[in-house]
Design a protein around this ligand. Structure first.
Ligand SMILES: *[C@@H]1O[C@H](CO)[C@@H](O)[C@H](O)[C@H]1NC(C)=O
Ligand SMILES: *[C@@H]1O[C@H](CO)[C@@H](O)[C@H](O)[C@H]1NC(C)=O
Ligand SMILES: *[C@@H]1O[C@H](CO)[C@@H](O)[C@H](O)[C@H]1NC(C)=O
Length: 777
């Protein structure tokens, strides 16, 4: 989604009339204003009635023309029913954002808390943090809505799997692993939507972009034309997994379909993907929205339908409820006249969108009764919210190298620090894309300046680093200082929406700057990387002159403070990489357009992500060091588990090849089976630290070809010298299953090898016959 809107005239108006204008705006209601005699007390306004009754009442009052104006993001007003216009498109990927037209900063709301970019927050591997951020973001969103400067429908999060390291939008996602992405998605959505409100919504989240969308613009292939060829196995096993978790666990109120085609069909007109899977299998309670202008795109750019009316009709009939764009407002009436679509189809779409508005309380009349009415400008950018942004950055930073414990630095022996590099004093770079206006920034230079005297040289003016003019100055600074920090990496000029990378190396002469400065440096040299996608920094990993490497992702408004806290040891880093860091040679071996997750040795295709790729890496998925030492011990873990299979599969059971192909999870009782794994985490060092325990499993060999997969994780704080026991519940159906070539989820029989750090443990899964004569009460 990206459109450029000009808010200038509106901003001017707000400034000129801010006092009287905001007072009026604050009190304007979407609908059901009790002061309006004719419209304020219609049945659809009665909060005491069930929502489906109110929805039916409202739809029954609308003309076809009125209905059609409600099918688009800038939904029109229906003045005769007392309904105001509503802008559906707001964004809140990692803070309330003004990328969508529904949010306007200014007046009492000049800014909102800008949390780290999602890839960084994912690196924290801390579920309660993700939910907490969602709660804070929705507090700020509600506060802005109360004053008429934001909507309540947020088209976040982006939960596409980070399949290829070059993807420009990888930064927006929780990384390459389906379980990690699922847990992130569910918890962030729960935080945004509010957990305790039953069917009511604090704000409505939206998981996007469904599905197999993870190519923006690579080698002249762009997302508006790309046809993703995806196997049933990969769809079920990888691409759809986070979306399913959004709906089933997060209870998300919306799903957005994507620009790309999947196997020759644009996702927004695919009845199997929308009505079949999202509504039929997962039972979405909410609405399906298009990516912006994607209905128009499938007609005009993909030429998928012969006429615009067919594009309108086919998408609505496939299950689309709302168009981000104007296409449905223009073409739906004619589609109905031509008989391509019935008014009932339009009603069904509206029922899904209006029900969400009602769950948000937008048709409940007087605001004073609403649970979030008290939120106002004091709740946006509050000290506690800004503190959480700092805390999130601290939790997400990953220590990748620490030669001879050169970190943390000490304020005694490192009193003068050279701070070098194109990202050393950046602000907006730290919040990445889909950001808003930050409450304020602490750049790395400012953060480090709180601990030491700094000598600042950029070395290169920007991350493209096209020249070496500034290198000598940078070397001179490093010669004088007690320690040197190089803050390098990428920004939105290198990786962004509509901008995938071609390679994985640092851009321009950055690598040369790092090497030259590290040679000149009197004290230890630390390389700090800002980036969303992985960077091949093999040169720095192996260079003994470079003492340490930190990856900060895009660490948000307080990123520089968090980086400095880690450098000087007030924070002990505990982040872990949410994606594989591949060597540059890897991407030469696979076009970005090939979606296959599994390796194909016959074609020289290496496979994707740690689950299927076995070649060399710069840093593996889940990697991350600490300033303290942890020892793990297996306290308790079952050795075998038996899943029942129905009598009918008796002969299959006797057939060993069928057993080694696994048993369909639908045919077993594995849903009820939970294996608790207890692990002791001992901090044997001298510093307090947090440890993310990652539990992987390698299934018995079979047609799934899975190296290993993450099946659970838990983060704990452990004081120096003490021990914590962690329990991870392995759900047999969900976590020990694999997906076969036909997209069927199965439990393979035999040894599943669990791995937690350097611990290994095997669980033997056996099949037993279902009791055909269960004891009756
Ligand atoms: C919605 O947007 C379209 C074009 O972007 C415009 O023609 C139309 O007037 C807008 N409708 C409203 C209600 O603002
Ligand atoms: C066992 O299963 C395989 C694969 O489905 C099949 O080819 C074979 O005939 C089966 N053997 C028996 C004894 O049922
Ligand atoms: C997880 O995040 C929450 C919220 O910031 C924090 O209170 C908790 O200490 C974190 N857990 C660990 C183990 O770091």
């Amino acid at each position: 989604m990206k459109h450029s809107f000009t808010f200038f005239p509106l901003l001017l108006l707000l400034t000129l009339f801010s006092v009287s204008f905001s007072a009026i705006e604050a009190r304007s209601l979407l609908a059901c204003n009790p002061q309006e005699e004719l419209t304020g007390n219609l049945d659809f306004c009665k909060a005491s009635l069930p929502i489906h009754v109110r929805v039916r009442d409202l739809i029954g009052r609308l003309t076809l023309q009125e209905k059609i104006t409600l099918l688009v993001n800038n939904a029109s007003a229906v003045p005769r029913l007392g309904i105001q216009s509503y802008e559906w498109w707001s964004e809140a990927l990692h803070g309330v954002s003004n990328v969508g037209p529904g949010v306007k900063f200014g007046g009492a709301f000049p800014a909102a808390t800008s949390f780290p970019q999602v890839i960084t927050t994912a690196a924290a591997f801390n579920e309660s943090l993700w939910e907490k951020i969602g709660e804070v973001v929705s507090d700020e969103a509600r506060a802005m809505y109360n004053e008429g400067t934001a909507g309540l429908t947020y088209w976040s999060p982006n939960v596409n799997i980070l399949r290829d390291p070059r993807w420009g939008r990888g930064q927006e996602t929780p990384g390459e692993d389906p379980l990690l992405a699922s847990k992130y998605a569910a918890r962030y959505v729960q935080g945004l939507q509010g957990n305790d409100a039953g069917d009511k919504l604090k704000v409505a989240a939206c998981c996007k972009h469904y599905t197999a969308y993870d190519l923006d613009n690579w080698n002249r292939v762009d997302r508006l034309h790309f046809n993703a060829r995806v196997s049933k196995q990969d769809l079920e096993d990888t691409y759809n997994v986070p979306f399913e978790a959004c709906v089933l666990e997060g209870k998300v109120a919306s799903i957005m379909c994507s620009y790309n085609q999947v196997n020759g069909k644009p996702t927004c007109v695919d009845p199997n993907l929308l009505k079949g899977i999202v509504r039929g299998e997962w039972h979405l309670n909410g609405y399906i929205v298009s990516d912006c202008d994607s209905v128009q795109v499938l007609y005009e750019k993909q030429h998928y339908t012969a006429s615009p009316e067919e594009a309108a009709a086919d998408s609505i009939k496939a299950g689309l409820d709302l168009d981000c764009g104007n296409f449905l407002a223009v073409h739906t009436e004619q589609a109905v006249r031509r008989g391509l679509l019935s008014e009932v189809d339009v009603n069904n779409a509206l029922a899904n969108t209006i029900a969400v508005q009602m769950r948000l309380g937008m048709f409940d009349g007087e605001r004073s009764a609403h649970p979030f009415e008290h939120l106002g400008s004091k709740d946006v950018c509050s000290p506690a919210h800004q503190q959480l942004a700092l805390e999130a950055a601290r939790q997400g930073i990953v220590l990748l190298k620490n030669r001879g414990s050169s970190l943390p630095l000490s304020t005694k022996s490192h009193q003068t620090v050279a701070v070098i590099g194109p990202n050393s004093d950046v602000t907006a770079t730290m919040i990445g894309n889909y950001a808003g206006v930050a409450c304020g920034y602490t750049s790395p230079l400012q953060g480090i300046g709180r601990y030491a005297k700094t000598i600042h040289r950029v070395g290169c003016d920007n991350v493209a680093c096209n020249g070496v003019q500034g290198f000598e100055d940078a070397e001179a600074a490093a010669r004088q200082a007690d320690a040197t920090i190089l803050v390098m990496g990428l920004d939105q000029s290198i990786e962004a929406e509509s901008r995938d990378r071609l390679g994985l190396l640092l851009p321009g002469y950055q690598q040369e700057l790092v090497s030259r400065v590290s040679k000149a440096s009197k004290g230890p040299t630390v390389l700090v990387l800002m980036s969303g996608g992985p960077i091949d920094v093999s040169f720095a990993k192996f260079d003994p002159q470079i003492s340490a490497i930190l990856w900060a992702g895009y660490p948000g408004q307080a990123g520089g403070a968090a980086i400095a806290d880690v450098l000087f040891g007030t924070t002990n880093p505990g982040g872990r990489l949410p994606m594989t860091w591949y060597p540059e040679g890897y991407v030469a071996r696979l076009p970005m357009t090939i979606m296959d997750m599994r390796a194909n040795p016959f074609k020289g295709y290496p496979g994707r992500t740690y689950r299927f790729y076995k070649g060399p890496v710069v840093f593996p998925f889940g990697y991350g060091l600490s300033y303290t030492k942890f020892n793990l011990g297996l306290a308790h873990a079952p050795k075998d588990v038996s899943v029942t299979v129905p009598h009918a599969s008796l002969h299959a059971l006797k057939n060993s090849s069928m057993i080694s192909n696994g048993v369909k999870i639908k045919n077993t009782n594995c849903d009820e089976l939970i294996i608790p794994i207890h692990i002791d985490v001992k901090n044997t060092g001298t510093l307090h630290g947090s440890f993310s325990l990652l539990l992987f499993s390698t299934p018995p060999p079979g047609m799934w070809f899975t190296n290993k997969q993450l099946i659970g994780f838990e983060k704990v704080n452990v004081a120096a010298g003490s021990m914590q026991q962690v329990k991870i519940d392995v759900q047999v159906c969900k976590h020990l299953s694999v997906v076969d070539k036909n997209g069927i989820r199965k439990i393979p029989m035999g040894e599943h090898k669990l791995q937690i750090g350097d611990l290994e443990h095997s669980i033997s899964v056996q099949a037993s016959l279902e009791d055909i004569n269960p004891a009756r009460p």
